[in-house]
Design a protein around this ligand. Sequence first.
Ligand code: 5GP
Length: 118
Amino acid sequence: MAYDSENVFAKILRGEIPSEKVYEDEFSYAFKDIHPQAPVHLLVIPKGSYTDFDDFTAHASAQEKEGYFKAISKVAAQAGLQGKGYRLLFNIGKESGQAVPHLHAHILAGRVFSDKIV
Ligand code: 5GP
């Protein structure tokens, strides 16, 4: 799938629509989900234009990958979740229900997840 630069997270990165920022560095940006599914629900996105995890894995540079994965951990640490536990989720493609075609990690925490599937 070609990257759609008009997707909502691209607009957030360009500052065209507002977001509640919780973290930013050279490679990554993190903000609160607008419809939280848990007391803590944060989204971490790479600044580069990648549709999903597979696109990122195939095409991002080693620096971008290292930066992004470290940023996810930093956001979790900053939210006080390391040691307590949290759920990290990537939806990838249509059948997963991915709604926004810009790679995003969901960080979910603060409740018991009864919908445990693995
Ligand atoms: P997906 O289903 O694509 O994995 O998740 C997309 C997530 O983005 C959803 O949890 C949804 O609530 C969130 N979202 C969609 N539009 C916006 C927005 O404009 N601002 C913020 N902060 N979150 C959004």
